[in-house]
Design a protein around this ligand. Structure first.
Ligand code: SAH
Length: 364
C-alpha cells in the first residue's frame, strides 16, 4: 500500500467536535467541518473530489491529510426473501457481517459491534467464535455507509427510505463496546447526515446490567433484552452472562430504564427452543416475571446452524406460548425468520474469521 495513504487520518467515525479539531490542525475554520460532515453523511461522498462546494485546492489539501474510509465488501449474498448479507473486511483484515432486512415500506440494517463475541450463548452461532476485537466507531458507521451505497440512498432521503431503521443485533455484545457504539449511533442519528431517529434504533443486549441506564440516558434509543429463559438455572446455561447479572438484577435495570413508557417499551427477545424453554408453564412464568414493565415480546424461532445442540420449537408450541403472553396483554409477534438460506438470520452470523484463524495459525 502507498505509504501516504496509511498516514491519512480517517474522518469517518469522528464526532462533529473531533472533525472540527482535525480540520483545525490544518488551519481550517469551524464552518468547514459542517461542510465536510454534510458531504460525508448527507451526500455520501467517498472522495474529497466530490465535494464540489469546496474550491479545488482545498479538496486537494484535504485529500493529502485525510481519508473517508469504507470497509471493503468481501462478500455479498442475497436471500430469496430480499434479505442481504455483507461480509465486510476492515483495514486489518478482520471481518464482520451486516444484514439488511427489508420490510414492505422500510427496512432495518442489523449491524455488528464486535468481531466475534465473548458471551458464548449456547444457541448462538456467533457465540462459538471467540472475541477477536471491538469494532471502531468508523467500522460501525461504515456498515451503514456501505449499505447506503448499495441501495443508492444518497443524499439522505427525507422519507420513504429503504434503510429506515437500525438494529444493533449483529455480531457481538454492543454494551461491551459501549463507547464506540455510542459514538457511531450518535453520528448516524445526526440530523444533518444519515439522520436516523432514535425511535428507529434498537440496541439489543444479553444483559450487561451496569450499562443499561447509560443507554437510556445518553442514547435514548430503544432497548431489547435477550431474556430467553425464566429461571436463573436455565438462563445460566443458555446465556452465561446471567451468572454475573442474574434475572432479578436484569429486570430491575429494565424497570428503571429511563423513559420505558409505552412509547419506548422494552422488547424482550425469547428464542424458542424445543423442549427447553417453550412450555406453557414457561410462558406463564415469563408473564409474571415482566409484570409492570412496559414491554413487548419478540418470539424468535430458533435458527439452526451446523452442530447446534438445539431444535426449533414446533409451530404449535410457539402458537400456544404466544397466546398465553398475548392474553396477558403483551404483544408477542413471532419473528418470521429472514435470510435463513444465506445464514443471515438471528444467531447465524459467524464471520469467516474462522478462515482468518486458520490462516493466522498457518502463518505461525
Ligand atoms: N449480544 C446482543 C446482540 C445480539 S442480538 C444480545 O445478545 O442481545 C441477536 C439476537 O438473536 C439475540 O436475542 C440472540 O439471543 C438471538 N439469537 C442468537 N442465536 C439465535 C438463534 N440461533 N436463533 C434465534 N435467535 C438467536
Amino acid at each position: 500500500m502507498d505509504g501516504t495513504l496509511t498516514e491519512r487520518r480517517d474522518l469517518v467515525g469522528l464526532t462533529r467536535a473531533e472533525l472540527a479539531a482535525e480540520l483545525a490542525r490544518i488551519g481550517l475554520p469551524a464552518f468547514r467541518a459542517g461542510q465536510v460532515w454534510h458531504w460525508i453523511y448527507h451526500r455520501g461522498a467517498r472522495d474529497f473530489e466530490e465535494m464540489t462546494t469546496l474550491a479545488k485546492p482545498l479538496r486537494a489539501e484535504l485529500a493529502r491529510s485525510f481519508a473517508i474510509s469504507r470497509p471493503n465488501e468481501a462478500q455479498r449474498q442475497d436471500s430469496a426473501d430480499g434479505t442481504r448479507k455483507w461480509l465486510l473486511r476492515f483495514a486489518d483484515g478482520r471481518e464482520a457481517e451486516t444484514v439488511y432486512i427489508p420490510e414492505e415500506d422500510r427496512g432495518a440494517l442489523c449491524m455488528s459491534s464486535q468481531v466475534g463475541c465473548v458471551l458464548t450463548c449456547a444457541f448462538c452461532h456467533t457465540g462459538t467464535q471467540r472475541l477477536v476485537r471491538n469494532l471502531t466507531a468508523s467500522e460501525i458507521v461504515g456498515q451503514m455507509l456501505v449499505a447506503r451505497d448499495a441501495y443508492g440512498e444518497w443524499p439522505s432521503p427525507r422519507e420513504a427510505r429503504m434503510l429506515s431503521n437500525i438494529v444493533m443485533m449483529g455480531m457481538g455484545e454492543p454494551l461491551y463496546n459501549y463507547d464506540n457504539v455510542a459514538k457511531a449511533l450518535t453520528i448516524l442519528m445526526d440530523n444533518e447526515g444519515v439522520a436516523i431517529s432514535r425511535r428507529r434504533i434498537t440496541l439489543s443486549t444479553a444483559g450487561v446490567v451496569p450499562m443499561i441506564e447509560r443507554v437510556g440516558e445518553e442514547l435514548r434509543v430503544k432497548l431489547a433484552v435477550s431474556l430467553h429463559a425464566v429461571t436463573d438455572e436455565l438462563r445460566d446455561e443458555l446465556v452465561p452472562i446471567n451468572r454475573k447479572y442474574p434475572i432479578a438484577e436484569l429486570l430491575a435495570a429494565c424497570r428503571a430504564y429511563p423513559g420505558a413508557k409505552n412509547a419506548r417499551r422494552i422488547t424482550f427477545e425469547y428464542v424458542m427452543l424445543k423442549g427447553v424453554n417453550d412450555s406453557p408453564a414457561d410462558a406463564r412464568a415469563l408473564v409474571r416475571l415482566i409484570a409492570g414493565i412496559p414491554a413487548k415480546l419478540n418470539l424468535i424461532p430458533f435458527n439452526p446452524w451446523p452442530g447446534a445442540p438445539f431444535e426449533c420449537s414446533t409451530d404449535a408450541a410457539i402458537a400456544a406460548f404466544a397466546a398465553i403472553v398475548n392474553k396477558a396483554g403483551y404483544s408477542a409477534p413471532v419473528r418470521t425468520p429472514r435470510g435463513r438460506d444465506i445464514m443471515a438470520a438471528c444467531g447465524q452470523l459467524r464471520s469467516a474469521s474462522e478462515r482468518m484463524r486458520t490462516s493466522a495459525a498457518a502463518a505461525v
